[in-house]
Design a protein around this ligand. Structure first.
Ligand SMILES: [Zn+2]
Length: 378
């Protein structure tokens, strides 16, 4: 991996951590405010319950005073009744007394009602007081906790900011400017390239682009989302699957008479390591050459008369290694003259297996037999 890209990965980590810490620091006062709001609600409820008790007490005093007044009236009527001259006057006073007594009973009922009510009111006040006490304790705890967390967060933030400055100093200023600009608009300036696509925007890469990202030959920017790309081999499912397959199964041997045959040659003129692809069809054969490192097509497709082993004997030298691999014409047409990284991986994987196998048998990998009497594989 390019050191600048590693710095950017670390920078992105630092930027994310800084954002998380800032969010957390900002969220704590909001949390405390929410509890305080709840506390204010409980205080209001307590106030209301206390006021209701006061109002009941005032009502009770009012009824008691009214009863006293009525009792005063009744004794006045009784005094008057001793001095009346006529039966009518006596009856009228008696009626007044009865009215007053009836009114007193009414007031007494009301007082009784208020007394029963007072028990419920008392409970309401006590419950509100208990809530207030619990909430007050809670808010004190929350505040202390918030202060503690904020202190820790701020200390961490300081460290991360210092680390961030250090990392930024290790990245070329143009690249850094690009990273900042994309991060501002998209939330992140860097994306992983995994399984042939950009994890930032999910767009697929061309095989050559993916190979370049993977080989870290230069800094590659996603055409579609502009994020700077990096490759982590630990996340590559193809590589992981290949490693697992290698672990689990032995190498399959190529079919001797297959119409499509792949070979590896460590030295091919000035091209160095190459993969050769031979195809037999209708009495003739063709040869294509691909750079083993990049998968790029080298030269033109060469056509000759006869089956490839007889037509291209100069290519099938003793250090040439026959490989597994077969792709349909339709699939190969889509490659556009370059091996996709999946194919390139498969060939390299098989090459490694062939070498390991040869080593285990104590010699060179079996060279493909030019003559049909000594097939390389069975
Ligand atoms: Zn992208």
């Amino acid at each position: 991996m390019l050191p600048e890209i590693q710095n950017l990965i670390d920078l992105q980590k630092a930027d994310r951590e800084i954002r998380r810490l800032k969010d957390e620091i900002a969220a704590l006062p909001r949390r405390v405010a929410a509890i305080e709001e709840k506390l204010a609600g409980t205080k209001a409820a307590l106030e209301k319950a206390k006021n209701a008790v006061k109002a009941d007490e005032a009502a009770r005093r009012k009824f008691e005073t009214a009863i006293q007044d009525l009792q005063g009236k009744i004794s006045k009527y009784r005094d008057q009744s001793l001095a009346v001259k006529t039966n009518e006057q006596y009856k009228a006073l008696l009626q007044e007394i009865q009215f007053a007594e009836q009114e007193i009973r009414g007031h007494e009922d009301k007082i009784l009602e208020l007394m029963v009510n007072a028990e419920a009111r008392e409970k309401e006040v006590k419950a509100a007081e208990a809530d207030l006490k619990a909430e007050t304790a809670e808010i004190e705890k929350e505040k202390a906790e918030a202060r503690k967390v904020t202190e820790t967060d701020e200390a961490q933030l300081k460290e991360w900011n210092a680390r961030r400055d250090q990392l930024r100093a290790g990245v070329n200023s143009d690249l850094l400017q690009h990273y900042d600009r994309v991060a501002k608009h998209r939330g992140s300036g860097l994306a992983e390239a995994r399984d042939h696509k950009c994890l930032g925007c999910q767009v697929m890469f061309r095989p050559q682009t993916f190979n370049e990202i993977r080989s870290s030959s230069r800094t590659v920017i996603c055409d579609s989302c502009q994020r700077i790309l990096y490759y982590d081999p630990a996340h590559d499912t193809e590589v992981a699957a290949a490693a697992e397959a290698t672990r689990q199964r032995r190498r399959a041997h190529p079919k001797f008479d297959a119409s499509q045959a792949w070979y590896y040659t460590p030295e091919y003129g000035e091209s160095g390591e190459v993969f050769l692809l031979f195809t037999n069809s209708k009495g003739g054969s063709s040869r294509q050459i691909f750079d083993a490192a990049t998968g790029r097509h080298i030269g033109d497709v060469l056509l000759r008369e006869g089956e490839y082993r007889l037509a291209f004997p100069e290519d099938l030298k003793p250090d040439t290694i026959r490989l597994n691999g077969s792709w349909s014409d339709q699939v190969m047409e889509e490659w556009g003259g370059e091996l996709p990284s999946g194919v390139l991986d498969a060939l390299h994987r098989d090459l490694n297996l062939a070498r390991a196998e040869a080593k285990a048998h104590g010699g060179q990998p079996k060279a493909p037999a030019v003559s049909a009497e000594h097939p390389a594989a069975s």
